[in-house]
Design a protein around this ligand. Structure first.
Ligand SMILES: [Zn+2]
Length: 103
């Protein structure tokens, strides 16, 4: 069977990235694309979502901030986490595209 994106390609592209929701490593998940062709997409099996993932330092920074959100339930916290990770990631990519690093 020929995959549009192989497991190896998918794992290589998302190596060392973690789930923006739960912080577990991003996995290559076997699925089909919109044209029903077999492929691997990056995602998190624990959260059941396809996503590109975020660097671990971004996730840790966001999780640390979650201490201040104890009054929220788990779903609200998970949703906020994803939003913050997305924002951090955009800022980091913007820095990198300007030739600046986040550290
Ligand atoms: Zn997850």
């Amino acid at each position: 069977m020929e995959y549009i994106i192989t497991k190896e390609q998918c794992e290589k592209a998302h190596k060392s990235l973690v789930c923006s929701g739960c912080g577990k490593p991003i996995e290559a998940i076997e699925t089909v694309d919109n044209a029903n062709r077999p492929t691997f997409w990056a995602g998190c099996n624990s959260c059941g979502r396809f996503q590109y993932g975020v660097p671990i330092d971004v996730w840790l920074a966001v999780s640390w901030g979650n201490d201040k959100k104890k009054y929220l339930d788990n779903n609200q916290r998970l949703e906020l986490n994803r939003e913050y990770c997305d924002i951090f990631q955009e800022v980091m990519f913007a820095f990198k595209s300007l030739g600046l690093e986040s550290k």
